[in-house]
Design a protein around this ligand. Structure first.
Ligand code: UDX
Ligand code: ADP
Length: 464
C-alpha cells in the first residue's frame, strides 16, 4: 500500500506523520507546491509547532515518510490519495465572506485525473461543503477517459485540534469515513485499525460525513459563543463566569469541556466552517437556520470587540500613545498558528485607538505578526490604507519575552493562554510598569487575587 497526501499543512503534515509512524509497512509521500514548507519538513525546524510532532516525524522520516514537491510522481505511485489542501473562505465573487473557496481542491482533483493510472482511492481530508465529493467525482470521471484510471471517493474529515494534535491522532474519539464503495472504505478503515479500535471507526454515506465535520465545529464554536455571551452578563452583574461554567458543566447532559470563556475563538476552522454552513443553508432556502448559526460568529465578533473596548474604557477612555504589552498572539496555546486569532482583532482595534503595542508570543515570528496585523486592516479585497499600514510600522514592536513587553507599559493584555505566563515574576513586572498597572486577562489564566495583592488592577472575562 502506498499513500500520497496533497497538502503538507497543519492537517496533512501531522496526520500523515502519524499514519507513517503507526504503519511502517505503508509508504507515505506528502506533497506540496510550497517549496519552503517542504524544505522545512525535511529540516530540524518543522513548519508547524505542535508538541510531540518532531518525535513522530523523526521516527518515520526517511523510513516510510517522505515530504516532496514532486506531486505527479507521488500521485502516480499511490493507491490512496488524500486531499488535505486549504479551503479558505472566499474573498471574492458570489458567496464572498461565506462560501468556501474550493479552487485548491478542484485543482488537486484535476491533477489527479490528469496523471493517475489504474485504480485510486481519493480521500477528502480537508473540511468541505456538503456534496463536494460529487464535484470531485465528476472531475475525476470526466478526465480519466484516456488513461483508463478508475476512482473511488471517500470523505474522511480530520477532527484533530491544534496544540493537542498528536494525542488526538493517537487516541481519536472516532475516525469517520464516508463513502459508497465498501472495498474502498475497508481499505481506509484497515489503515486506521492499526492503532484505533474498530468500534471507533464509523462509516456513513459521503454526505453525512461531510456534514458531520461542519456540524461538529459549529457545535463546539457554539459552546464557546454561549459561554462568552454569558460572560458579558456576568460582567454586568456580580456573577463569575468560571463559577457558572463549573455549575452547569457538572450537569452530565452539558459536560465540563469547552466552557472556558475567552476573548473569542480563533483558528482556521470554526468561523470558516460556520460561515460555510450558513451559506449552504441560505442556498437551500433555510433562512432561519442560517441566521441561527450566523449568530455564533456574530457573538464571537462582539466578544473580541468588547474586550478591546473594555481596555480603552478602563484606561480612562484613551489608550492613545500608551504602551500596552500583549502576551500571546497565537489563536490558542501550543501552536504557532495565528489564523483568525482573537489577538489579531484586539490588536487592530487598539492600534486604531493609537495605542503602542509591544507584542510577545513564544512561537509566532515577528514577520507573521506584522503580516496578520496589516491584513486585518484591509477591506475584503485586501486594500490597506497608508495610515493603517503606517500604524503597524510605527506603533508595533515585537519582543522576545513577556517582561520586555510589560516594561514601561500602562497595561498588559493576555490574549493567548500560554502556560509560561503563569510562572512569571509579577512582583518584578509591576515594578517596571506605569501606575496604575492594568492587567486584562482575556483567557482567565492568571491568579487575580495574587495580582490584586501586588497592586495590579485586574480584569478578567466574565468577572465583575
Ligand atoms: C477545532 C476543533 O476542535 C477540531 O476538532 C477541528 O478538527 C478543527 O477545529 P482547533 O481550532 O485546532 O480545533 O482548536 P480548538 O481547541 O477547538 O479551539 C478553537 C478556539 O476556541 C481557540 O481559539 C480556543 O482558544 C477557543 N476556545 C476553545 C475557547 O475560547 N474556549 C474553550 O472552552 C475552548
Ligand atoms: P490546513 O490547516 O487545512 O492543513 P494549510 O494552509 O496549513 O491548511 O495547508 C494546506 C497546504 O496545501 C498548503 O501548504 C498549500 O501550499 C498546499 N496546497 C494548496 N493547493 C495545493 C495543490 N494544488 N497542490 C499541492 N499543494 C497544495
Amino acid at each position: 500500500m502506498k499513500i500520497c497526501c496533497i497538502g503538507a499543512g497543519y492537517v496533512g503534515g501531522p496526520t500523515m506523520a502519524m499514519i507513517a509512524k503507526q504503519c511502517p509497512e505503508i509508504e507515505v509521500h506528502v506533497v506540496d507546491l510550497n517549496r519552503e514548507r517542504i524544505a522545512a519538513w525535511n529540516s530540524d525546524s518543522l513548519p508547524i509547532y505542535e508538541p510531540g510532532l518532531a518525535q513522530v516525524v523523526e521516527e518515520a522520516l526517511g523510513r516510510n515518510l517522505k515530504f516532496t514537491t514532486d506531486v505527479d510522481a507521488a500521485i502516480m505511485k499511490a493507491d490512496m490519495i488524500f486531499i488535505a489542501v486549504n479551503t479558505p473562505t472566499k474573498t471574492f465573487g458570489v458567496g464572498a465572506g461565506r462560501a468556501a473557496n474550493l479552487e485548491f481542491v478542484e485543482k488537486c482533483a484535476r491533477r489527479i485525473a490528469e496523471v493517475a493510472q489504474g485504480h485510486k482511492i481519493v480521500v477528502e481530508k480537508s473540511t468541505l461543503p456538503v456534496r463536494t465529493a460529487e464535484a470531485v467525482k465528476r472531475i475525476l470521471s470526466a478526465a480519466n477517459v484516456d488513461n483508463g484510471a478508475t476512482f473511488d471517493v471517500l470523505s474522511n474529515p480530520e477532527f484533530l485540534a491544534e496544540g493537542t494534535a498528536i494525542d488526538d491522532l493517537l487516541n481519536p474519539d472516532r475516525v469517520l469515513i464516508g463513502g459508497e464503495s465498501e472495498a474502498a472504505i475497508k481499505a481506509l478503515a484497515d489503515v486506521y485499525a492499526k492503532w484505533v479500535p474498530r468500534k471507533q471507526i464509523l462509516t456513513t454515506n459521503l454526505w453525512s460525513s461531510e456534514l458531520s465535520k461542519l456540524t461538529a465545529n459549529a457545535f463546539l464554536a457554539q459552546r464557546v459563543s454561549s459561554i462568552n455571551a454569558i460572560s458579558a452578563l456576568c460582567e454586568a452583574t456580580e456573577a463569575d463566569v468560571d463559577e457558572v461554567a463549573r455549575a452547569i458543566g457538572m450537569d452530565s447532559r452539558i459536560g465540563p469541556k469547552f466552557l472556558n470563556a475567552s476573548v473569542g475563538f480563533g483558528g482556521s476552522c470554526f468561523q470558516k466552517d460556520i460561515l460555510n454552513l450558513v451559506y449552504l443553508c441560505e442556498h437551500f432556502g433555510l433562512r432561519e437556520v442560517a441566521a441561527y448559526w450566523e449568530q455564533v460568529v456574530l457573538m464571537n465578533d462582539f466578544q473580541k470587540r468588547r474586550f478591546a473596548e473594555r481596555i480603552c474604557r478602563t484606561m480612562f477612555s484613551t489608550v492613545s500613545d500608551k504602551k500596552i504589552g500583549i502576551w500571546g498572539f497565537a489563536f490558542k496555546k501550543d501552536t504557532n498558528d495565528t489564523r483568525e486569532s482573537a489577538a489579531i482583532y484586539v490588536c487592530r482595534d487598539l492600534l486604531r485607538e493609537r495605542a503602542r503595542l509591544s507584542i510577545y508570543d513564544p512561537q509566532v515570528p515577528e514577520a507573521k505578526i506584522r503580516a496578520d496585523l496589516i491584513a486585518s486592516m484591509g477591506n475584503l479585497s485586501g486594500t490597506v490604507s497608508d495610515i493603517d499600514r503606517k500604524l503597524v510600522e510605527t506603533n508595533v514592536t515585537v519582543v522576545r519575552d513577556g517582561y520586555e513587553a510589560a516594561k514601561d507599559a500602562h497595561a498588559i493584555a493576555v490574549l493567548t493562554e500560554w502556560d509560561e505566563f503563569k510562572e512569571y515574576d509579577f512582583k518584578k513586572i509591576i515594578g517596571t510598569m506605569k501606575a496604575p498597572a492594568f492587567l486584562f486577562d482575556g483567557r482567565n489564566v492568571l491568579d487575580r487575587t495574587m495580582l490584586n495583592k501586588l497592586g495590579f488592577e485586574t480584569f478578567g472575562i466574565g468577572k465583575s
